[in-house]
Design a protein around this ligand. Structure first.
Ligand code: C2O
Ligand code: CU
Length: 493
């Protein structure tokens, strides 16, 4: 069962109680250290006539050796292919639903009209096929795709449905960035799971209690590309990691064990103006960052994650309940390969987004109905039932916002209850302020998802149309929050 360890914890006081912290241990069963990082199959759309076929299937996969469990995947036992798309191309996609349940496929971060977006209106019933035609017209970026059927998104992603998209516009070549897929350009899909003793990963929508929903599904074991604690052999040079947080709820606070510096080169919507040197990087559900890591010293090093600060004591990940960091995976540089050695000084200046050109300012209050350790949450001390935006839970029959095609707006996002990773479909934004300050350098590029602890102001550019039949969503990307109603819809014309 999912998160059974949490069932005894009730009410707000439990949030910081040691009982809860003690119950959240794990990361204790690392796989044998020789599990290689699985590299999802690459579909290079341009090399196959820009026709891409995906089939949502159920299968069995042994995350833990010898203990297979039921899973979902896109033409795979878990996860799906990495799809590379060329800017300027038109791609004929067929999505076949071979599951016994209804699904949708949403292209998270792709700029495409509402009718292609794969939101909760675009149901693909079992045995049916959906054929969107996607015109790729946005700068190079790392995107992803996942199901979006209302009330079942969290479960379907937890069961394994998620894949990565790489939009290529030629800038990798121009900038001489690492770009050999699976060699020095690696997809790193981060998730967490709880395994039963028989190795299964159950997720039962009927079995979720209020706290499962409030905290979101948080497992005690991290998986990378579907594998527990894998090892990646990499060239002893600059390596590009395309980090995707595809977890239901967990924020990963990443760093290398030796604390080496690395460089963030891109966020959700594409390249930053210049590489940003960091020693640690927080990545929230649905966010992507591309980083360059220098392995020229030839030393094996672990990538590790620390406590999810947004969760207080409950966010600890170390098996002993301490605030220690735990290994997510290892990198083993192999000698003799001469790949990219030099980092460009400049990348690509993002197009401007002037707050002064915004035609409107709107306010959104995201409320997960959870009392937490956050100061403003004290007003919500008895765990109100409401999970929604501006006091309203999601209603698929209600359009919440009407925007004008070709305009920008400022959206002010306020989180109540806990930090919410806020995501907008069909548009990209720049962070104008976050927690009352200008964004840190790695959050200054175009994005589609941002973790809002208290408050953020976003300058959003609306350049894709969406009608009432196929509106765009905006929501919290903690999937249990989204499914419970922390979502709204907008049209754009
Ligand atoms: Cu990742 Cu509404 O989507
Ligand atoms: Cu949320």
């Amino acid at each position: 069962m999912l998160l059974t360890r949490r069932k005894f914890a009730v009410g707000c006081g439990a949030f910081a109680s040691s009982a809860v912290a003690d119950a959240r241990f794990g990361f204790s069963d690392p796989a044998p250290a020789d599990t290689h990082l699985p590299i999802p199959m690459l579909i290079d759309a341009a090399k196959q006539g820009n026709a891409v076929h995906l089939k949502a299937i159920s299968g069995r996969h042994a995350f833990i050796e010898g203990k297979p469990t039921g899973t979902y995947g896109y033409s795979a036992r878990v996860l799906g292919p990495v799809i590379r798309l060329q800017r300027g191309d038109e791609v004929q996609v067929t999505v076949e639903n071979a599951l016994d349940t209804v699904t949708t496929v949403h292209w998270h971060g792709l700029l495409t009209p509402g009718y292609n977006d794969g939101g909760p209106q675009q149901l693909i019933h079992p045995g049916k096929i959906w054929r969107p035609v996607l015109k790729i017209n946005q700068p190079a970026a790392t995107l992803w795709f996942h199901p979006h059927p209302h009330h079942d998104t969290a479960r379907q992603i937890y069961m394994g449905l998620a894949g990565m998209i790489i939009v290529d516009d030629g800038s990798d070549n121009r900038l001489n960035l690492p770009r050999t897929y699976g060699v020095d350009d690696l997809p790193i899909i981060l998730q967490d799971r709880s395994f039963d003793s028989d190795g299964s990963i159950g997720y039962d929508n009927n079995d979720l209690n209020a706290l499962d929903i409030a905290y979101g599904a948080r497992g005690d074991t991290i998986i990378v590309n579907g594998a527990i604690a894998p090892v990646a052999k990499v060239p002893a040079s600059l390596v590009r990691l395309r980090l995707l947080n595809a977890a239901n709820a967990q924020n990963f606070d990443l760093r290398f064990r030796d604390r080496r510096a690395f460089h963030v080169i891109a966020s959700d919507g594409g390249f930053l103006a210049a590489p940003v040197a960091v020693n640690a990087l927080m990545i929230s559900p649905a966010e992507r960052f591309e980083i360059l890591v220098d392995f020229a010293d030839g030393k094996t090093v672990a990538l590790e994650t620390g406590p999810d600060k947004e969760m207080g004591e409950f966010g600890r990940v170390a098996p002993d309940g301490s605030a220690d960091y735990v290994a997510v995976m290892q990198f083993e540089p192999t000698a003799g390969s001469a790949n990219v050695q030099h980092m460009p000084k400049r990348l690509i200046e993002p197009s401007v987004a002037l707050p002064s050109s915004a035609v409107r300012r709107r306010q959104f209050i995201l409320d997960s109905g959870l009392c937490a350790s956050r100061p403003q949450a004290s007003a919500h001390a008895d765990m109100p039932a409401l999970i929604g935006i501006n006091g309203k839970p999601f209603d698929i029959g209600r359009i919440d916002v009407e925007t004008k095609l070709g305009t920008t707006e400022i959206w002010e996002i306020t989180s109540i209850g806990m930090a919410h990773p806020f995501h907008v479909h069909g548009a990209l934004f720049r962070v104008l302020s976050i927690e009352g300050s200008p964004p840190p350098a790695h959050l200054t590029g175009w994005k589609d998802t941002v973790l809002v602890e208290d408050k953020a102001e976003l300058v959003i550019a609306f350049n894709q149309s969406a009608t009432r039949d196929h509106p765009f969503m905006f929501h919290c990307h903690i999937l249990e929050h989204e499914d419970a109603g922390l979502m709204g819809q907008y049209v754009c014309a």
